[in-house]
Design a protein around this ligand. Structure first.
Ligand SMILES: Nc1nc(=O)c2c([nH]1)NC[C@@H]1CN(c3ccc(C(=O)N[C@@H](CCC(=O)O)C(=O)O)cc3)CN21
Ligand SMILES: CC(C)C(=O)C(=O)O
Ligand SMILES: [Mg+2]
Length: 293
């Protein structure tokens, strides 16, 4: 049956074009196995960001996970950092992405200020995100300091994706977006952060902007998948901001590989349209309503 109603946040705009079930949190956990003194994943996990229904539709068949990242602050709203991003933004874009996906596990970033004050504040915010979007999990930044919150949420039915290393919501405290874990003391701190959130029940962890040796150490140490961004091939999976890898966002960090130049291609298409309008070569009779002959 391809009939549907649009009466809830989670109903789909279109039926699934791809067979197979949606990735679940338990299935994801099962991807990593104990092997002697380390943990291993057979095949790397594929993750990208999505902020809109249409992008979710295009990415979903190829991805294990989709993240509605608070990077939408910079990428969609032109804000200077992720700090000003609101719950309203995350809920609206989260619901759109869930409507455009069938296969991937959708996680939504908790925005700065919505979870740090207490486990109770985090639960209220995370429950709202899950109710309003239909997502499978929430993601929050922080290590040891957030571990009690991670436990509080997971014990109450909210799967938590953790995020350690370079945590962009702390840009004002970190003083920039430089790679983390360069000193031994900082590397030890980040390893402790990853262990703490894994012990507290997080089902996966983003490692952002860390040295390869540290990413390898964490990936071997924790029983949950590590998803890297600027964190080397040693991770159990990779994530990039979709607009970065498609060449749609002007300023990109060193860890981005550009797989296309969509900004260039959009510029060419729009320049052609502008030229055709100005020379009256668009629209032609094909695009014009006229009485039938
Ligand atoms: N479009 C986009 N892509 C991202 O990867 C991203 C966002 N936005 N917004 C949220 C955070 C912020 N991130 C960032 C932002 C900037 C750098 C950056 O400029 N890195 C420089 C080094 C900076 C330094 O050493 O101080 C680089 O060249 O890698 C890195 C990560 C990652 N996230
Ligand atoms: C870069 C990823 C991990 C993220 O948190 C985001 O897109 O907001
Ligand atoms: Mg984020």
């Amino acid at each position: 049956m391809s009939t549907y109603t649009l009466d809830t946040a989670t109903s789909r705009a279109t039926p699934s074009p791809v067979p197979g079930k949606r990735m679940t949190v338990p299935a994801l956990k099962g991807r990593k196995k104990a092997d002697g003194d380390r943990f291993v994943t057979e095949q790397p996990l594929v993750m990208l960001t999505a902020y809109t229904m249409r992008n979710a539709q295009l990415l979903d068949p190829h991805c294990d996970l989709l993240l509605v990242g608070d990077s939408l602050g910079q990428v969609i709203y032109g804000l200077p950092s992720t700090v000003p991003v609101t719950m309203e933004m995350m809920c609206a874009h989260g619901a759109a992405v869930v409507r455009g996906s069938w296969h991937a596990l959708v996680a939504v970033d908790m925005p700065f200020g919505s979870y740090e004050a207490s486990p109770e504040q985090a639960f209220a915010s995370a429950a709202r995100v899950m109710k309003e979007t239909g997502c499978a999990a929430v993601k929050l930044e922080g290590g040891e300091a957030m571990a009690p919150t991670v436990r509080f949420l997971t014990e109450r039915g909210i799967p938590v994706f953790a995020h350690v290393g370079l945590t962009p919501q702390a840009v004002n405290a970190l003083g920039g977006y430089g790679a983390r874990g360069r000193s031994e003391a900082e590397a030890a701190k980040i390893l402790g952060d990853a262990r703490a959130v894994a012990d507290a029940g997080a089902f996966a962890v983003v490692l952002e902007g860390v040295m390869e040796s540290l990413a390898e150490e964490i990936t071997r140490a924790v029983p949950i998948p590590t998803i890297g961004i600027g964190a080397s091939p040693q991770c159990d999976g990779q994530i990039l901001v979709t607009e970065d890898m498609l060449g749609l966002f002007e300023r990109t960090p060193r860890f981005v590989k550009r797989y296309d130049d969509l900004a260039g291609r959009i510029g060419e298409a729009v320049a052609t349209y502008a030229d055709e309008v100005r020379t009256r070569s668009f629209p032609t009779s094909d695009q014009t309503y006229r009485p039938k002959a």
